[in-house]
Design a binder for this molecule. Sequence first.
Ligand SMILES: [Zn+2]
Length: 287
Amino acid sequence: MLVSAKEMLTKAKAGKYAVGQFNINNLEWTKAILLTAEELKSPVILGVSEGAGKYMCGYTTVVGMVNGMINELGITVPVALHLDHGSYEGAKKCIEAGFSSVMFDGSHYPIEENIAKTKELVKICEEKGLSLEAEVGAIGGEEDGVIGSGEVADPAECKMIADLGVTMLAAGIGNIHGKYPENWAGLSFDTLDAIQQLTGTMPLVLHGGTGIPADMIKKAISLGVSKINVNTECQLAFAAATREYVEAGKDLSGKGFDPRKLLAPGFEAIKATVKEKMELFGSVGKA
Ligand SMILES: [Zn+2]
């Protein structure tokens, strides 16, 4: 059964570790992430962007696939199914479809409008027992065509949004979606520290987890980050493993063209990436 992300993140914040949000794109992705979480006894958040939701034939298809897999694979660790960077309308659709958690990304709106829309969703999510992630200040890079540039949030605005009663808060601290450029300045720990001082026990979310050095991840967790989003890294691992399989000509030998064989190395590569991240984030054994 899907659960809200509230309890797992409250525990993570108190225990000074982070729960990974791993974005899913299809059946292989979902299965790899769920099996790894179960093997490592780690709570897990499955992220679905609006683009990925569309690709997977809509939110009800996603809910059906994830619920079916939790049943058939005998998954016992806490699993939250979470809309990533949702619009206001998208968040409402996911709530109707059976997601257990949503993000409303109102960071591109003026703060007043972000607050007004977030407030409405807080009410809906509270009634249904779902977790809600809000965002302040654009995070750099690109996600489904949304481009920013490593922006940094205003801690006072973070406090305003946190006080609305959201479950967790994403705030730009110099992080970027996608691959980090070579001249990247690194995370702004002063900003993160100031945000945590003002928002107290609120679990903070770090987006763009791919390519942030391990020591920065650990420092961010020590400063209140309890949820870290990983997307690009699984994509890169999957693509590299699939490329290797094809370049070695394995798809041309025997029944190597069978999708269950062709996609297996990519599947294993996602599992290895998720395992590495769960170990780094400290969520292993916390389910
Ligand atoms: Zn993000």
